[in-house]
Design a protein around this ligand. Structure first.
Ligand code: SF4
Length: 303
């Protein structure tokens, strides 16, 4: 039978294990794809889902697609909507927007020729001793980040919190515990991914870092990305606005295919999602984070 537009979509069951079932049940999702949640062995469903996933856009094409949806419902098979082709910028951070009116320029990276030649320990030491912006005056210690080197996965949050500032590690405290559970839900752990804040020093009273402070610190993130070489970068909450130079809401950015260019112009997919701090008060959004992690998983597996 030749498929046509009238052919109903094929329902695909997710390939999930018992741990993921518990995670989904915690999210309040009892049924997925119209069937009860049960652990499934074998990877056929996921492979099929990946096969149906659209190919990554070419270097000059931006696409926008809806990836969010009601909890417990399959992702809608919305075709990509091509928009005006643009040449990639040599700037480090840049989102290629589908609808640009609300966009603002991405922060320009302050070039750091002093760190380009550094090895990993040298880069860590450079962050620890940095006083390039005012955030360095009030920190207990800079938070360099932790995890695997290299890694397919990179997670970026806005800035260290109080606990992070105290311990010198990202994602500490209750939000960190929730983050660990998010990783487990997609069979990851801290030791197999790389986690780092966008700015390495805690802003006083956790205020959002200024554009100048972000620009001062982006050189470190750029250096980390070059060394970690992630296939996908998951960016939490406000960090997405700062990194991508966008004023759009997290929900709008979640629905887009975003990229940043590394120092060599290579595009790295960016998946935007909610910060674990947000999830601790907005439990319903856990289901959307689950969708975002599945999207990131597809990207990593397709690379
Ligand atoms: Fe340096 Fe970044 Fe800390 Fe500013 S936030 S002092 S640029 S490490």
């Amino acid at each position: 039978m030749v498929p046509n537009n009238l052919t109903p979509p094929v329902l695909v069951r997710p390939n999930i294990n018992g741990l993921q079932v518990l995670w989904l049940q915690e999210l309040g999702i009892d049924r997925l794809w119209g069937k009860p949640l049960l652990p499934v062995t074998g990877g056929a469903a996921v492979v099929k889902h990946q096969a149906e996933a659209p190919a990554r856009p070419s270097a000059y094409i931006a696409t926008a697609k809806v990836s969010g949806g009601p909890p417990g419902q399959p992702l809608p098979a919305t075709p990509h909507e091509p928009v005006t082709a643009q040449r990639p910028s040599r700037h480090f951070a840049r989102v290629v927007p589908a609808r640009p009116p609300q966009e603002e320029a991405a922060p320009t990276v302050v070039l750091r020729p002093d760190i380009g030649h550094l090895d990993w320990p040298g880069l860590r030491e450079s962050v620890a001793n940095c006083t390039s912006c005012s955030l360095g005056e009030h920190r207990r210690q800079a938070v360099f980040g932790e995890g695997a080197l290299p890694s397919d996965w990179m997670f970026v949050e806005e800035a260290p919190g109080e606990q992070d500032d105290w311990h010198g590690q990202p994602f500490m405290g209750k939000a960190g515990t929730l983050f660990d559970n998010m990783l487990k839900a997609v069979q990851l752990q801290r030791e197999t991914v790389f986690i780092t804040p966008l700015v390495k020093c805690r802003p006083v009273a956790n205020i959002t870092p200024s554009k100048e402070e972000v620009a001062s610190c982006l050189g470190f993130l750029q250096a980390q990305i070059e060394r970690v070489q992630p296939k996908c970068i998951v960016v939490f909450g406000r960090a997405a606005n700062l990194l991508l130079g966008s004023n759009e809401t997290i929900d709008v950015l979640r629905a887009k295919d975003c990229f940043i260019n590394d120092a060599h112009g290579k595009q790295i997919p960016v998946v935007v999602t909610y910060h674990p701090n947000h999830l601790m008060v907005a439990h319903a959004d856990k289901a959307r984070v689950w969708q975002d992690l599945q999207k990131a998983l597809r990207i990593v597996r397709s690379c």
